[in-house]
Design a protein around this ligand. Sequence first.
Ligand code: GMT
Length: 394
Amino acid sequence: MTDRAARRLRIGITCYPTFGGSGIVATELGQELARRGHRVHFISSAVPRRLDRFLDNVFFHEVEVRDYPLFDHGLYPLALTSKMVELAQHEPLDLFHVHYAVPHATSAYLARQILGPGAPKVVTTLHGTDVTLVGNDPSYLALTRFSIVQSDGVTTPSADLARSTRTLLGVPDEKPIEVIGNFVDTDTYKPAAEKRWGALGHLFERAETELPGGRRPPLVVHVSNFRPVKRVDDVVRIFAELRRTVPALLLLVGDGPERSRVEGLVRDLGLAHAVCFLGKQLELVPVLQHADVFLLPSAIESFGLAALEALAVGVPVIASRVGGLPEVVVDGETGFLHPVGDVAAMAASAAAICGDPALADRMGRAARAAVIARWRREPMVTRYEDYYRRVLGE
Ligand code: GMT
């Protein structure tokens, strides 16, 4: 048996510091490892969003990309490599755990080459678009495949992404890929005692938030980075269809390249009074706690962390049957899955949940129970710890 308490690990974690799921998973993982006594160094271009409080054993190293008139494109991968080398030369590290292959796995590979014998091991966690969109692009494919194969350990959050890594990038079967699911802090992401409007009521016109008999209208929520893969148009069209029979309201959280266009669609459909764009939010729990349905009609989704967070709060999820989503949402039990782009079916499922309090309650409870059984933070972090020790040969 491994003696987990015997040796504290020293881990350098690299991730994108923005709102994306890969940054959230990396930050939550690092913080929990630090609470367990491991020494964790975040190496990133900015302090990750959720690294928002002091914690013993957590250090931050900023990757500074120097500007110079000759450099047309950012030299972030090289600056990251240098920072990794510099850190490992002054701070004994057991491993680099890089999140998102492009270019982090390549920077880690280069750092290991520069450091030579005794260099930290490299664990790469693939998150989705680094395989299905960016890593797959001919401009990056060969380097991404090489960097993944050269990693000492490779993980994905879903079995589906592990399969895509082989089929799309050509990573051979001999290279093991460990599936370690994403996770959620179920003490923070939990249902409220009752669904009320709270501060959210002020986001809509008063006439919209009060139904006859003092009832509260159903609230539909979507959270994303508003990139084309999220199909936010579908969210609005599903909602428009739902509004034909149910006086629901829609709250959209996040921001990104599609937002202005989607705002235009909402206006064109005459739905502006029933839809609120909240933009990026640091805290999602107060929004999710008052949601009745969560929509994630993405074209691709390796896992769907946003869906997992909704399920943890007891909100049924209606999503596309694509990628890793069927591993997260149990069709008919914790939500409903439909083919990508099937707006009518998704709207019918939303109407079924909004129109049947018993079904909504049953699904909400099943969602929370499923997350507690399968996706709690603590057991997943233990799986990472065990995996690190395996990679280190301990
Ligand atoms: O969803 C995104 O576009 C952001 C992206 C990221 O790198 O943060 O999310 C990916 O990683 C998340 C964490 O593992 C997964 O939950 C998302 O499903 C995945 N997104 C896609 O595959 C499109």
